[in-house]
Design a protein around this ligand. Structure first.
Ligand code: ZN
Length: 160
């Protein structure tokens, strides 16, 4: 059976950046389960997996526009340190949820310089080309219930 829209797919994967550094991997964990064609994983990976079958292995490099998008400089802002209140020390990489006109956004601290803190609301993988090594673990049809709920049930999914 081949991967197509509404297949429940489980994959083992390793994700590397341009320098070959591992950013994420399913190694030692449950394979990643998702429903194909529903936007649960990045478009570039859905496209690469379409038509593949259980046991197939692939290597694919995905540009930012098919992954987490280009870096948006509007999401990088300097704010006064005082705005963080009692949090001390403020360190690069710390994450905060902030309210914006568009709803809550997770921002991370990019830089702390004197009284100025640079926060970044881009996805950590925005602007990056992603290099995936993927092995298809299982492929099956989604149940009617899974499609109604929009997520995988049972192994690797939601238990209810
Ligand atoms: Zn459900």
């Amino acid at each position: 059976m081949k991967i197509t829209k509404n297949s429940v797919v489980a994959i083992d994967y390793t994700l590397k950046d341009d320098q070959g550094q591992v950013l994420d991997s399913s190694e030692g964990q449950e394979p990643l389960h998702f429903i194909q064609g529903t936007g649960q994983i990045i478009p570039g990976l859905e496209n690469a997996l379409e038509g593949k079958a259980k046991g197939e292995e692939l290597k694919v490099s995905i540009k930012p526009e098919e992954a987490y998008g280009e870096l948006n400089n509007d999401l990088v802002q300097d704010v006064p340190k005082a705005q963080f209140g009692d949090i001390d020390p403020l360190e690069v990489g710390m994450q905060f949820e902030v309210e914006t006109d568009a709803g809550p956004v997770i921002v991370a601290i990019d830089k702390v310089e004197g009284e100025t803190v640079t926060v970044n609301g881009n996805h950590p993988l925005a602007g990056k080309t992603l290099h995936f090594e993927v092995k298809v673990d299982t492929v099956r049809d989604a149940s009617k219930e899974e499609l109604e709920h929009g997520h995988v049930h049972g192994k690797g999914g939601v238990d209810h």
